[in-house]
Design a protein around this ligand. Structure first.
Ligand code: CP3
Length: 348
């Protein structure tokens, strides 16, 4: 099966760039908000039928070209035995490492992830008109930072980073253990049928890039190699890495997702072809009522695609609670229609 998203991943030429948005399956959708009145986030992701429904919602309601599994990066800490709750304010760990003052020994129980493979089976069973499904996990550093800090309330993770330097050997052990769990989890997702796999290293930019590259990047490469060995393309999102992007050209990832701090032409200078780029619309543009500013930013991305076809349009990070459904749908429509208008091709 092919579509514009899988064709682009495989390097085939397409008449427009594919588009999907990180966090598309969440709170920007009115139908999701309705479901959240009846179910908690944990219930929605733990019930395979409900998770399948939410996963496919943005394909119908926004018209995006791919679905991303409705789950969370913190299911790996849960499978490592840590207690995580998901109140509306964001995830909270019961006993984060910083509170314990130490890094405990953990035991990985892979059976605790079975509901996610069941959700993938449900999604694939429902999808009669093939929609590519993106599986994912968190990057080892991002996963560690949550396990250590316990929340993302200030997005700084300073205590978790102090612990990183203080208990370096213990942290290295945890990074390796998280990576091993992610590899098993990723391979199982591939076996159940996903079209692509994205690794969210959302807080990769919080460490000095040379520390990240030395301690974490080798683990990242291990995950990428494992997924690629299953024949599944990989998208790597090292948010905030900045000029450090120039050191990840040998990651093995097919595409690198770029945040809004780096322009696409600058990212291309740091990451040569055939590595594809994904991104990098500022999600805050989906929260404003000035359509001209949004149009200009979208057109800028489309102009890049006209010269460099190895591009998947996405945001520089996930949809925020302030984004509106109308703006998000408008952006998807504009991305899907502009190039054909420009190239004079008929619309379908
Ligand atoms: O739509 C999608 O992208 C698919 C599902 C998805 C969720 N979380 C659902 C979710 C994905 C890919 C994630 C990844 C994730 N989770 C990351 C990496 C990407 C990123 O956005 O940085 C991180 C850091 C987490 C941890 C996490 N989970 C946070 C910080 C929060 C709360 C804050 C927020 O942005 O919503 C969650 C809860 C969460 N995960 C929600 C959703 C839809 C909100 C739950 C709700 O209230 O409905």
């Amino acid at each position: 099966m092919s579509n514009i998203f899988t064709d682009t991943l495989q390097g085939k030429s397409t008449e427009r760039p594919p588009v999907w948005f990180m966090r598309q399956a969440g709170r920007v959708l009115p139908r999701y908000m309705k479901m959240r009145e009846m179910h908690s986030f944990q219930q929605l992701m733990s019930d395979p039928e409900l998770a399948a429904e939410v996963t496919l919602m943005p394909v119908d309601d926004l018209g995006v070209d791919a679905a991303i599994l409705f789950s969370d990066i913190l299911v790996i800490p849960q499978a490592l035995g840590l207690k995580v709750a998901f109140p509306d304010s964001g995830p909270v760990f019961e006993n984060p490492f910083c509170k314990l003052g130490t890094i405990p020994g953990l035991h990985f129980d892979p059976t605790r992830l079975q509901y996610i493979y069941d959700a993938i089976d449900c999604i694939n069973a429902r999808e009669k008109n093939y929609t590519p499904l993106i599986g994912f996990c968190g990057g080892p550093l991002t996963t560690y930072l949550f396990m250590a800090q316990g929340t993302s309330s200030n997005h700084q993770f300073n205590d978790a980073i102090s612990l990183y330097y203080n208990k370096h050997e213990d942290v290295k052990r945890i990074l390796a253990q998280v990576t091993d769990a992610c590899i098993e989890y990723a391979i199982k997702q591939c076996e159940h049928g996903i079209a692509a796999f994205q690794i969210f290293e959302t807080y990769g930019g919080l460490l000095p890039s040379q520390v990240y590259l030395q301690d974490v990047y080798p683990h990242m490469k291990r995950i990428i190699t494992a997924v690629k060995s299953q024949g599944v393309p990989v998208i790597y999102f090292p948010k905030g890495l900045g000029a450090g992007l120039s050191h990840i050209a040998d990651s093995g990832a097919d595409f690198v997702s770029i945040d809004w701090q780096v322009s696409l032409p600058d990212a291309r200078g740091l990451l040569p072809q055939p590595i594809g780029l994904q991104g990098n619309l500022d999600p805050r543009l989906l929260a404003i009522d000035n359509r001209e500013t949004l149009d200009a930013a979208i057109d800028n991305i489309i102009s890049f695609w006209e010269k460099d076809r190895r591009l998947i349009v996405n945001l520089g990070h996930g949809i925020t609670p302030q984004c509106t459904f109308e703006n998000t749908k408008y952006a998807v429509d504009r991305i899907k229609n502009i190039p054909r208008k420009k190239s004079g091709l008929a619309k379908d």
